[in-house]
Design a protein around this ligand. Structure first.
Ligand SMILES: Nc1ncnc2c1ncn2[C@@H]1O[C@H](COP(=O)(O)OP(=O)(O)O)[C@@H](O)[C@H]1O
Ligand SMILES: [Mg+2]
Length: 343
């Protein structure tokens, strides 16, 4: 394809032809109007490799079509840069790029997602109030009429589910905006299991599923976020509960992996005797919004974000997740977390 300059000269979009080294071979009027003469400078910057890390321009020269659009910050504004075409003239490979100022759009998106995150966050307060009240009523000494206690337990179950959804959406919006960081406090893994199991024990009891946890006595500490790890294990258990029939078993365990007697990693497993996951779906369940075709036994479809978040949490701890499953037999989710020693 050839690049028709006379036509492009008068397009309203800022367009330039840039070589791999960041030299501007061609610029149209709109480009000059937008960026003036300073462009040569930042274009060189965009091409430069700093500490082995190549500038953003590099992506447009890779022989793949994946990276043909990126957002770039140029002099305080955000531009969407699109590769229109590769230009084969002269010796140096070059690309024709268009620049569109999307600062307003991106700010609006950010405001929208901050707003969503804030609202979702605010839902947690009243929701935990409801949960507290239900728990109090259900645990009070007064004998409730069995119809009322069934209804209240149903309400408790639903509020548990809603809390999970709220937490998932909140974590997801943090991951999306890049605000997802993991604390580095000492965490007792045995405590993580205990808290996670305790918070779902009543759900398991109602579903008539046995929920057990087992770990050795000397599970070492790791560094990370107690809260996020607990939430991750809760996510796994609640998935297992959704797919495990009555009289089934969900077991949670932790095991130490040693290297020359030195603890190297802790492996947390959540195993169930549930419906299992189809082999072809195993690859994708950790992706966001991915849910398998298998219908859960207990309704209440989730967001499809749970396992995606679990994966992010574990990876933020330097660990990895894996899954093994046999349809009709059960599923085992494995979280491997490195034991990093405090400096
Ligand atoms: N223990 C399990 N047994 C069977 N299927 C599971 C299990 N855990 C996860 N899955 C499948 O993986 C999908 C993704 O899980 P998740 O990301 O937690 O989303 P959600 O729970 O919101 O559907 C689930 O919809 C389900 O199809
Ligand atoms: Mg889930």
């Amino acid at each position: 394809m050839t690049f028709s300059r006379s036509l492009v000269d008068h397009l309203p979009h800022a367009i330039a032809v840039i070589t791999e080294s960041g030299a501007i071979d061609y610029r149209n009027h709109a480009f000059d109007e937008t960026f003036g003469t300073d462009a040569a400078q930042w274009m060189k910057e965009a091409a430069r490799a700093v500490a082995g890390e190549r500038g953003w321009l590099h992506g447009f020269f890779i022989e793949s079509d994946d990276l043909s659009t990126i957002d770039v910050e140029i002099e305080g504004r955000i531009y969407r840069v699109d590769r229109i075409m590769r230009v084969a003239e002269g010796e140096m490979p070059a690309v024709a790029l268009s620049f569109e100022d999307v600062t307003r759009e991106r700010e609006a998106e950010q405001a929208k997602s901050d707003f969503t995150a804030q609202i979702v966050h605010d839902l947690r307060g009243p929701l935990s109030g409801i949960q507290g009240t239900l728990e109090f009523v259900l645990s009070a000494d007064t004998k409730l009429d069995s119809m009322y206690s069934d209804l209240l337990q149903e309400a408790q179950r639903e509020s548990e589910r809603m809390m999970n959804l709220v937490n998932e959406i909140l974590d997801f919006s943090k991951i999306k905006s890049g605000n997802f960081t993991v604390e580095a406090e000492p965490v007792r893994v045995a405590g993580v299991l205990k808290r996670a199991v305790r918070s779902l024990q009543s759900v398991a009891a109602r579903d008539e599923v046995f929920l057990l946890s087992a770990h050795g006595r000397d599970v070492p500490q790791i560094f990370g976020s107690m809260e996020k790890l607990t939430q991750a294990v809760i996510n796994l258990i609640s998935n297992s509960l959704k797919f495990t029939p009555q009289k089934g078993l969900v077991s949670v365990g932790a095991q130490i992996i040693r290297n020359n007697d030195i603890p190297e990693a802790i492996v947390i497993t959540v195993t169930d005797s549930g419906m299992g996951i189809k082999a072809e779906e195993l690859q994708t369940i950790f992706e966001k919004y991915k849910q398998s075709g298998t219908k859960s036994l207990r309704g209440g479809g989730g967001t499809g974000l749970g396992l995606y978040i679990v994966k992010q949490v574990v990876e933020a701890h330097g660990g990895e997740v894996s899954v093994a499953s046999i349809e009709g037999v059960g599923t085992s989710m494995v979280l491997r977390l490195p034991v990093k020693r405090a400096a």
